[in-house]
Write a protein that binds this ligand. Structure first.
Ligand code: DX5
Ligand code: ZN
Length: 218
């Protein structure tokens, strides 16, 4: 089963509640929430109070992706706001092992993300401590960018690394995922596909989910 996590970055923020309910009713498996601080990435999105509001209106697992500097300062707030998965960037955390422990202590499942130019090798000593690894397949900051093809090789390398270590965190892919490339990405070893523009810019969310489930053999 390959899970689909619509990213609300591409939702209509004026109708965010309706958009999330529609995604849930369409059969989305998780909800991806991008937090950007204008430092780690050149864009600013939302803070933990919005995550808290989202938590109240949906039963979907909340998959919170922190694209922020100094994530340790805020992980407690996001955990308490209701993040089920809470992911920090390896590039943003000087003491990544500690960040992961802190997330777990506060009740969320920890995830670690790397940017396109960061090799999967940096994850070697953290894979046993996380529940999710998020490989960015675009440079983070904006929705609607093109999938970077070398990500396929990174997924395969990561999968090999996880198998060798006998650990099973989810592999999540974020950026440029479309109906057309979903199968190739899943076949390479991805467990969760984030979908922003390809999901929320489609007219019929239910049809999109049906199509994806069919393509992915869910
Ligand atoms: C990019 C974000 C993504 C984004 C993906 O920095 O992390 O989650 O929403 O959007 P699409 O699917 O449009 O590439
Ligand atoms: Zn994201």
């Amino acid at each position: 089963m390959t899970k689909i996590a619509p990213s609300i970055l591409s939702a209509d923020f004026m109708r965010l509640g309706e958009e999330i309910r529609a995604a849930e009713e369409a059969g989305a498996h998780m909800l991806h929430i991008d937090i950007m601080d204008g430092h780690f990435v050149p864009n600013i999105t939302i803070g933990y109070s919005i995550v808290e509001s989202i938590r109240k209106i949906t039963d979907l697992p909340l998959d919170v992706h922190l694209m922020i500097d100094d994530p340790d300062k805020y992980v407690r707030n996001f955990s308490e706001a209701g993040a089920d998965f809470l992911t920090v960037h390896a590039e943003a955390s000087v003491h990544l092992h500690r960040s992961v422990q802190v997330i777990r202590e506060h009740g969320s499942k920890p995830g670690v993300s790397i940017n396109p130019a960061t090799p999967v090798a940096v994850l070697e000593n953290i894979i046993a401590d996380v529940d999710l690894i998020l490989l960015m397949s675009v440079n983070p900051g904006f929705g609607g960018q093109k999938f970077i093809p070398m990500t396929i090789g990174k997924i395969k390398n990561l999968k090999t690394m996880l198998t060798a270590a006998s650990v099973t965190p989810f592999i999540e892919i974020d950026g440029g995922v479309k109906i057309d490339n979903a199968k190739e990405i899943a076949d390479a070893g991805a467990d969760i596909l984030v979908m922003g523009s390809a999901f929320f810019e489609a007219k019929d969310y239910r049809k999109t989910m049906e199509k994806l489930n069919e393509i992915l053999g869910n």
